[in-house]
Design a protein around this ligand. Structure first.
Ligand SMILES: Nc1ncnc2c1ncn2[C@@H]1O[C@H](COP(=O)(O)OP(=O)(O)O)[C@@H](O)[C@H]1O
Ligand SMILES: [Mg+2]
Length: 416
C-alpha cells in the first residue's frame, strides 16, 4: 500500500460522512468465483475459479486483454451479475445474503461512459444516492459542493450545468464525485479513464491518486492498460482469456518477477524501465558532494570535503541554494569561490522525481551527475546513471530503500 497520510481530510465528518479512514474502507474477498453465461458446460467461462483478497484501503487493479472477464468480475461484486460458483465477501460478510439495492448504496461505481443522466444537472447527478438516502436538501447541497471541489471542479461554475456542457474529463470527475457521494467504503471503477485523451487521462490518474491518499478507500479498478495498472495499483491482478488469474502481486513484484511468459509478455519487454517509474530519487542515498559557499576561500570548502575532495566544487549561495559548479583545480586555497565562474548546476533532481524521469534527464545531460535538491532547493548530494542502474539491479521492488546500493563511482562533473 502507498504511504497514505491522512492530513486534514477534505470531507468534513458528518454522521453519514467521513469517519476515520480505517472504518471507511472495506475488505473484499473473492473465493473460487466463477461465471458461466451459457447453459452449456462446454462454454468457456467468463470468470474461472478466481481467488482474490483485497485489504481495506488498497487499490487493486484488474488488468488483462479484452474479454478476459474484468468487467464481469467487477459487476459480480455489486451483484449486477450473480456468480455461477464461489462466493464474494465484503468485510467478511458474504454479499449473496444482502439486499442488492442496499449493498450498492455502500459501493461507488464509476464506468467509462460515466452514465450521467443527461437531463439532470451536475448537482442532481451527484446527489442521486444522498437523495435516495433521504438527506435534507441543504445537506445534499453542501455535500455536492464539497465533492465537486474534492474532484477539482468549481461548484459555482458546474452545479447547474448539464452533462453535455462538460468536457469528457469533467464528466469523468463528476462520475467520481457521484460515486463518492455517500462516502462508500468501496469503489468499483471500470476503465474510468478509457474514453478521455492521454493528457486528460494522466491528470485524472494523478488526481485519483491524490484523492486516494486522502480518502483511503478500497478500490477495485479495471483497465486493459498495463501502465495504468502499474501506476494506480497497490496490487495488480493480471487476468487472461477464460477468466483465470495469471498473477496477483504488487506492481514491482509483477515487473521484477512475472510468474509466466504470458505475464512477461503482457507487462512488456521494457519492464525494467517500468520498474523505474515505481521508485523515486528520494529513495536512493545520494553520493556526497563538496559544497563551497559563494565568497568563502576555496581552502575552507576543500577542508570540509576532506582529503579526497574533488577538483569540482558545488557552489551555493548564503541560503544554501545551488548556484553552479566551480572547477577549483589548480586554484590556491585563499582564492574566494567565485559565482561568476560557476557553470549552471544542471541537472537538478527532486526527491519526488521518478527514477525513470531522472534517468532520461541524466542521459540528456551527457554524463553530468544530477544534483539532488530538497524542497527548498538545497543540494543533498549527487545521483548518477550508475547509481540508478545499480538500484535497478537490486530488483526487490518498492520498499527497497537503495541504502545498500554502492556509492556511485566517479560522481564528479565531467564538464560540458
Ligand atoms: N451478458 C453476457 N452474456 C454472455 N456473455 C457475456 C456477457 N457479458 C460478458 N460476456 C462474455 O464474457 C467474457 C468476459 O467479458 P467481460 O467481463 O466484459 O471482459 P472484459 O471486461 O475483460 O473485456 C467475454 O467473452 C464476453 O463476451
Ligand atoms: Mg470490460
Amino acid at each position: 500500500m502507498r504511504g497514505n497520510t491522512l492530513r486534514g481530510t477534505a470531507l468534513s465528518p458528518t454522521d453519514a460522512g467521513t469517519s476515520p479512514r480505517s472504518r471507511r474502507a472495506a475488505t473484499v474477498a473473492l473465493e473460487h468465483v466463477s461465471k458461466r453465461f451459457g447453459d452449456h458446460v462446454e462454454d468457456q467461462p467468463a470468470v474461472d475459479d478466481l481467488d482474490l483478497f483485497i485489504p481495506a484501503g488498497a487499490t487493486c487493479v484488474l488488468v488483462g486483454p479484452s474479454g478476459c472477464g474484468k468487467t464481469t468480475t467487477l459487476r459480480m461484486v455489486n451483484r449486477l451479475i450473480e456468480p455461477s460458483g464461489g462466493r464474494i465477501l465484503i468485510d467478511g460478510e458474504p454479499i449473496a445474503g444482502r439486499d442488492p439495492t442496499e449493498l450498492r448504496r455502500g459501493i461507488g461505481y464509476v464506468i467509462q461512459q460515466v452514465g450521467l443522466f443527461p437531463h439532470q444537472t451536475i448537482a442532481e447527478n451527484v446527489e442521486v444516492v444522498p437523495r435516495l438516502l433521504g438527506w435534507p436538501a441543504a445537506r445534499r447541497r453542501e455535500r455536492v459542493e464539497e465533492l465537486l471541489r474534492l474532484v477539482g471542479l468549481d461548484p459555482a461554475r458546474h452545479l447547474r450545468r448539464y452533462p453535455a456542457e462538460l468536457s469528457g474529463g469533467e464528466r469523468q470527475r463528476v462520475g467520481v464525485a457521484r460515486a463518492l457521494a455517500a462516502d462508500p467504503p468501496l469503489l468499483l471503477m471500470d476503465e474510468p479513464f478509457g474514453a478521455v485523451d492521454p493528457i486528460v487521462r494522466a491528470r485524472l490518474q494523478e488526481e485519483l491518486l491524490r484523492l486516494q491518499r486522502e480518502l483511503g478507500k478500497t478500490i477495485l479498478f479495471v483497465t486493459h492498460d498495463i501502465d495504468e495498472a502499474i501506476l494506480m495499483g497497490d496490487l495488480v491482478a493480471v487476468m487472461r482469456q477464460g477468466g483465470t488469474l495469471a498473477q496477483f502481486a504488487p506492481p514491482a513484484e509483477l515487473l521484477a518477477h512475472p510468474a509466466s511468459d504470458f505475464v512477461a509478455r503482457f507487462v512488456g519487454a521494457d519492464r525494467a524501465l517500468k520498474r523505474l517509474t515505481l521508485r523515486r530519487v528520494g529513495e536512493l542515498a545520494p553520493a556526497p558532494v563538496t559544497i563551497a559557499v559563494a565568497g568563502e576561500p576555496l581552502g575552507a570548502a576543500r577542508a570540509r570535503g576532506g582529503p579526497g575532495a574533488p577538483g569540482h566544487l558545488l557552489l551555493v549561495d548564503h541560503e544554501g541554494r545551488a548556484l553552479g559548479w566551480v572547477d577549483a583545480r589548480g586554484l590556491p586555497d585563499d582564492r574566494p569561490a567565485d559565482p561568476t565562474t560557476a557553470r549552471p548546476p544542471a541537472p537538478l533532481l527532486e526527491a519526488e522525481t521518478t527514477l525513470r524521469d531522472a534517468l532520461s534527464i541524466l542521459l540528456d545531460a551527457a554524463g553530468s551527475p544530477g544534483i539532488v535538491v530538497d524542497d527548498t532547493g538545497r543540494p543533498t548530494g549527487l545521483l548518477t546513471v550508475e547509481a540508478i542502474t545499480a538500484a535497478l539491479q537490486d530488483g526487490n521492488g518498492p520498499g527497497g530503500t537503495g541504502e545498500d546500493a554502492p556509492p556511485p563511482a566517479g560522481s564528479r562533473p565531467t564538464g560540458g
